[in-house]
Design a protein around this ligand. Structure first.
Ligand code: HEC
Ligand code: HEC
Ligand code: HEC
Ligand code: HEC
Ligand code: HEC
Length: 216
């Protein structure tokens, strides 16, 4: 009886199996690293905003306080976005007729919000609250970076679960005095937290890392 498979065919067949397995592993590894890379989290990518608003000019050069435009950040879950009226306090005088600012005038006339696009958005199953962090002394800069130097607003942190937990396991060293929460480029005089703050967060650790704290 003639041999069904020649020895050479057997070698080829084995090689093919090994190649398929190796290829599968390589794709798995690529996906693994891609999911953990910066572009996968949209870091540094600006959104196409309806108006070319610049933080670097308004919060940087002009030094307007974050709370002027993000007015609920100290008490609510959401920081809040500025209404057209907030822009028109100045822009009914400066750059009054500019076509750049057309969406501001339209939204004021129709009494609808300006359709800003979000660059920071958590999935609906994760719970976040600005007020709690701001009142505990966690600075805007710790989570959003140097917004005062951004021409276009971008994400500087992944906002991944691992990133949240990294701080929640031991926030003591990342807490600022209340008057520095809105400051940019602030460095502590003394990086070690007071003993009572450290003790508080040793105690709070299990609550802050409990699944139900962020998934409710
Ligand atoms: C406290 C006053 C103030 C407020 C509030 C304000 N702006 Fe401005 N804005 C300015 C000044 C001053 C300039 C710079 C004018 C210049 O350099 O000619 C400016 C410039 C601009 C420009 C043109 C920038 C450029 O050169 O390309 C845009 C667009 C703009 N603002 C959008 C907004 C929007 C949108 C809001 C509301 C979210 C807003 N501004 C709120 C004061 C303000
Ligand atoms: C004059 C108004 C104004 C001031 C002052 C201002 N912002 Fe904003 N902010 C805006 C507008 C308008 C947008 C939406 C357009 C954009 O993303 O650039 C925005 C967007 C943002 C976003 C992204 C929001 C999202 O949906 O992802 C962050 C974060 C932010 N601001 C932080 C800050 C911080 C921190 C400060 C203080 C240093 C500040 N802003 C001061 C008007 C302002
Ligand atoms: C502990 C980290 C953290 C701190 C501190 C923080 N933010 Fe945020 N910010 C976030 C996260 C996370 C989101 C996305 C929230 C979501 O999608 O539910 C966000 C979203 C935003 C938004 C857009 C959506 C909204 O909530 O209205 C603005 C504007 C903003 N932050 C401004 C600020 C300002 C201004 C400060 C400082 C007073 C600040 N944030 C402090 C983490 C932080
Ligand atoms: C830089 C530090 C830091 C980062 C980053 C951070 N947090 Fe927090 N978080 C805190 C501190 C400090 C508290 C307040 C603890 C206290 O005083 O009870 C807190 C409290 C909370 C609470 C309320 C806890 C409670 O007991 O009700 C929630 C919810 C929360 N954080 C969610 C998040 C989520 C979601 C993220 C990531 C998107 C995040 N945090 C990132 C420091 C941080
Ligand atoms: C400090 C807040 C925080 C705590 C505590 C926390 N998570 Fe999350 N978790 C998040 C955030 C934020 C995301 C969304 C990240 C993203 O954009 O994918 C997330 C995403 C997830 C996901 C979706 C898959 C993924 O990895 O993206 C699962 C599953 C999950 N969490 C399970 C848990 C379990 C189980 C626990 C308790 C051991 C837990 N989480 C505790 C903040 C938290």
């Amino acid at each position: 009886m003639a041999q069904l498979f020649t020895p050479r065919a057997t070698v080829r067949f084995r090689a093919a199996i090994i190649l398929v397995l190796a290829g599968g592993l390589a794709i798995g590894a690529l996906l693994f690293f891609w999911a953990r890379s910066d572009p996968a989290w949209n870091l540094g990518k600006p959104a196409k905003q309806p108006i070319p608003f610049q933080h670097s000019l308004h919060a940087g050069t002009l030094g307007i306080d974050c709370r002027y435009c993000h007015s609920t950040v100290e008490r609510a879950a959401a920081a809040g976005m500025p209404s057209a009226a907030a822009c028109l306090t100045c822009h009914s005088e400066i750059w009054q007729g500019a076509s750049l600012l057309e969406p501001v005038r339209t939204s004021a006339a129709l009494d609808i919000p300006i359709p800003w696009l979000s660059v920071h958005r958590l999935p609906a199953y994760a719970y976040f609250h600005h007020g709690i962090h701001v009142s505990a002394g966690v600075a805007c800069e710790s989570c959003h970076g140097r917004v005062d130097t951004m021409r276009e607003t971008v994400k500087t942190q992944t906002l991944s679960m691992g990133w949240c937990l990294d701080c929640h396991r031991d926030p003591a060293g990342r807490i600022r005095p209340q008057d520095a929460v809105f400051s940019m480029g602030w460095t502590p005089h003394d990086s070690s937290a007071p003993e009572e703050v450290k003790a508080f967060y040793r105690e709070a650790r299990s609550r802050l890392t409990d699944c139900s704290t962020c998934h409710r």
